[in-house]
Design a protein around this ligand. Structure first.
Ligand SMILES: [Zn+2]
Length: 240
């Protein structure tokens, strides 16, 4: 992984107001930021739960992508919290549950959580493949789960610059990925290359399907692994 953020910093950014260094024309300056989970909820409901909105204003979600992500994190934290505390959480907000859970668990033990996966299945009715969302059980560490949430929220507010790469992922073999975006399924290559905002140079290659990632120090190795992979597949095709 390229830029690893310490566990306690992840917890802080997700759950509490925190200070961030931001880049301005005059250099860098410190700025106060709300907890990412609070920012995410504000993006979903337009900040109307701050108390300023009229009581009769309906809480219509304003941002479908933010709603999808908020719902996902809400579900996942409730799931791992329940496993850690041995009971179902109350109606606390996700930032409260994340703070409690992250203080209770060991960052590098294994926890189980569910995540949605879009699969394409044949439909007799439509005579075509249709998309279906299934929930699969996965295992990871609390550290990884927090950094995924952190990354997902940060990228929602500030989407990375990505280039697609049609090669098969050397970890999972996938070439395509389907993501939910604004309630719709978006098809992309599995491998994407993230570009640095300033230099425009590749910063990281990652797989949207299995979430493997490779930093610049591994680019050479990765290119060779991809080439070998493609050669092997061509050889297979020629044989059959
Ligand atoms: Zn992969």
């Amino acid at each position: 992984m390229s830029d690893e953020i310490p566990y306690d910093v992840l917890v802080e950014r997700l759950t509490r107001q925190h200070e961030l260094t931001v880049q301005t024309d005059d250099g860098t300056t410190a700025a106060q930021r709300d907890a990412l989970l609070v920012q995410l909820r504000d993006a979903v409901f337009g900040g109307s739960d701050r108390g300023g909105a009229p009581a009769n204003q309906s809480k219509m979600p304003m941002n479908a992508a933010a709603l999808d992500l908020y719902t996902l994190i809400d579900r996942q934290i409730a799931e791992v919290w329940a496993a850690a505390f041995g009971r179902v959480p109350g109606s606390e907000r996700p930032e409260v549950l994340v703070a409690e859970w992250s203080a209770k668990v060991d960052p590098f033990t294994i926890v189980r959580y569910s995540s949605p996966e879009t699969i394409r299945v044949w439909s007799d009715r439509f005579r075509d493949k249709v998309e279906q969302v299934i929930w699969t059980l996965d295992e990871t560490s609390p550290y990884n789960l927090l950094s995924r949430w952190h990354r997902a929220i940060s990228e929602l507010f500030d989407p990375p610059r990505l280039m697609t790469n049609p090669a098969a992922c050397v970890s999972c073999g996938a070439r395509e990925s389907y993501r939910r975006l604004d309630g719709q399924s978006v098809k992309s290559t599995a491998l994407v290359i993230e570009l640095d905002r300033i230099s425009n140079r590749p910063k990281e290659v990652r797989c949207l399907v299995c979430e493997s990632s490779w930093g610049p120090e591994l680019f050479e190795w990765l290119n060779r692994a991809i080439e070998k992979n493609e050669e092997a597949q061509h050889a297979d095709v020629n044989k059959s």
